[in-house]
Ligand binder design. Structure first.
Ligand code: NI
Length: 166
């Protein structure tokens, strides 16, 4: 288990649609442990496997704060099965350092997947957890939060970001 390098935009792995996980073997368990360690070290509240260069449908999430503890979530092959409402909120991403923007997302989601032991998991979420789940599942489809900006805002972002990170 180790802290992995977090891939940054415009790394092509972030644009790829990740493949479903088919086997919960030792290698995958090792990747999960390393992703958890990488997320906490960043520090971040969510991490998707493509962000560490693994094009697999796997995310880890922990929205705990010092004041409020939440369970660590490991979700394999997560799917959003239903959504409700819309809400705007500020968002950022470990793969797009130094940039945040207001993004419109569903207010409430129902997500299904399996945990690291292969047991079915169902999570009904609102607030920050709902937002993070949508953001991380987007990563599995090669979508970054900046892809959800208006074309004008995205162009502005691209110019500024690439100038700074060249
Ligand atoms: Ni992200």
């Amino acid at each position: 288990m180790s802290v992995l390098e977090i891939k940054r935009y415009p790394d092509p792995v972030l644009k790829k649609k990740a493949l479903p996980v088919e086997e919960l073997n030792g290698e995958l368990q090792g990747l999960i442990d390393s992703m958890i360690e990488t997320m906490y070290a960043a520090p971040g509240i969510g991490l998707a496997a493509p962000q560490v260069g693994e094009s697999k449908r796997l995310i880890v999430v922990d929205v705990s704060t010092r004041e409020e503890k939440h369970p660590l979530i490991v979700l394999i092959n997560p799917v959003i099965v239903s959504v409700e409402g819309k809400i705007d909120s500020e968002e950022g991403c470990l793969s797009v350092p130094g940039y945040t923007s207001t993004i419109r997302r569903s207010e409430r989601v129902l997500v299904k997947g399996v945990d690291r032991e292969g047991r079915p998991v169902e999570i009904e979420a609102t607030g920050l957890l709902s937002r993070v789940l949508q953001h991380e599942i987007d990563h599995l489809d090669g979508i970054l939060f900046i892809d959800r900006l208006s074309p004008i805002k995205k162009e502005f972002f691209r110019k500024r970001y690439l100038r700074k990170n060249r």
